[in-house]
Design a protein around this ligand. Structure first.
Ligand code: 0X9
Ligand code: ZN
Length: 393
């Protein structure tokens, strides 16, 4: 994996040619920092071209092949380590979505204020399950929405989301104001088919898994498929591209399922966070362009407050900013829809660890520290939501 410093339109043109010829980019092609995978047999030739074109480069991951091989040993399936264990989830390895669902079932069986519901099935027929955490019944308090795994290969996202479920509920006594005064809706896997495929076949798979007509290519980028300013830039109409927007807005059943669940609760939900990796960014709307929403200052203030607490946990630094300010234009993203269509005021995206040393292939010993700091981010955000929308005396 190379990290390139892209400076001119000529650089961009060259990289676009590489992409057309099948090169795997881990970021969009844009001015600034771009991460790209190079096959080892092409190494010298590529470096030569980078130098000729004046593209500065550094090696981000020396031996990705080896890291990918190693990452096959990072998944545990249905293994209840200790006798009498109630579920097989842990945060020292990655798990298939079935283990996450068992864990959610365990929480729902154990705590009367926790329930699990299926919001529909994925294209391949997997359940999409949301955990609802509502003391005294759902629907009477301001609510928090968290989802993970909209992009299949970003494994630390569902791992972190389930870590936070555990913290929110099993350690409720330490922060019971959060469940007394708020409802929580948590979806660990927005794209269970893609996630399963990234475990079984292609560790770097990003999209959903529905076939795209007779193109021979599969999957839509579920974070380019939402119906607010859909197809307004930063997405592709090529069904083989990793940022394929879909044949139309909400073509993906997974997106329809999430849309319908959130829409029904749109007046209740005040905070929406869709969790990705990597880069250590808090992403603010809009993704479709450089315009800023009218509540941008409030969005930014809450993010900075919560990031300060996140950083205090393990020293991890995050940047806060609008999507094109930090990354690139990306239309059809879920957080744009959450604010622009559903009217959820505090709508964010988050790119978890790291900044590129492992990228998407984050070693499992980083799940717990990532979970701990991301939890504190949400704890702080939740208290800010309570300050503004809470009704308790
Ligand atoms: O490109 C994306 O979808 C996100 N980055 S990632 O590397 N995780 O794929 C950025 C999301 C920008 N968010 C929205 N447009 N909503
Ligand atoms: Zn992502």
């Amino acid at each position: 994996m190379y990290r390139l410093d892209v400076q001119t339109p000529r650089h961009i043109e060259y990289l676009q040619t590489l992409e057309k010829n099948g090169a795997d980019f881990w970021t969009e092609i844009r001015l600034g920092s771009v991460d790209v995978r190079v096959e080892s047999q092409d190494k010298l030739e590529r470096e030569d071209t980078f130098t000729k074109l004046g593209i500065q480069f550094s090696v981000m991951i020396e031996d990705l092949g080896n890291l990918l091989k190693e990452s096959k040993t990072w998944v545990t399936k249905g293994n209840k380590n200790s006798a009498g264990a109630k579920h097989s989830m842990d945060w020292t390895s990655y798990h298939p979505v079935e283990d996450m669902h068992d864990f959610m079932d365990y929480l729902a069986e154990t705590y009367e204020y926790v329930s699990v519901s299926s919001i529909g099935k994925s294209y391949e027929g997997r359940d999409m399950r949301v955990l609802s955490v509502c003391k005294g019944g759902c629907g009477n308090k301001p609510a928090m929405w968290i989802d993970g795994g909209i992009h299949a290969r970003e494994w630390v996202s569902p791992a972190t989301v389930t870590f936070m479920m555990n913290e929110l509920i099993e350690n409720d006594a330490e922060h019971s104001d959060l469940t007394e005064n708020l409802d929580w809706y948590i979806l660990p896997s927005h794209n269970p088919d893609g996630y399963a495929f990234s475990i079984s076949d292609d560790r770097l798979w990003r999209k959903t898994r529905a076939p795209n007509g007779n193109s021979g290519c599969f999957g839509t980028d579920a974070n380019r498929n939402w119906g607010f300013h859909w197809n307004e830039g930063g997405s592709s109409d090529n069904p083989c591209s990793d940022t394929f927007m879909g044949a139309e807005a909400f073509s993906e059943i997974e997106n329809q399922n999430v849309r319908d669940f959130v829409w029904e609760r749109k007046d209740q939900i005040k905070f929406y966070n869709t969790i990705h990796s990597y880069s250590q960014y808090i992403l603010l709307p809009w993704g479709w362009g450089y315009d800023l929403p009218e509540n941008y200052a409030e969005l930014e203030a809450l993010a900075y407050e919560a990031v300060a607490e996140l950083t205090a946990v393990h020293g991890t630094r995050y940047e806060v900013g609008c999507i094109p300010c930090l990354l690139y234009i990306a239309s059809g993203g879920s957080l744009d829809w959450a604010l622009g269509e559903a009217g959820i005021p505090y709508s964010y995206g988050m790119e978890l660890r790291d900044t590129g040393s492992n990228g998407f292939i984050l070693p499992p010993d980083q799940i717990i520290p990532t979970g701990e700091e991301t939890w504190v981010y949400h704890l702080t955000a939740a208290r800010a939501i309570l300050r503004e929308f809470g009704t308790q005396a």
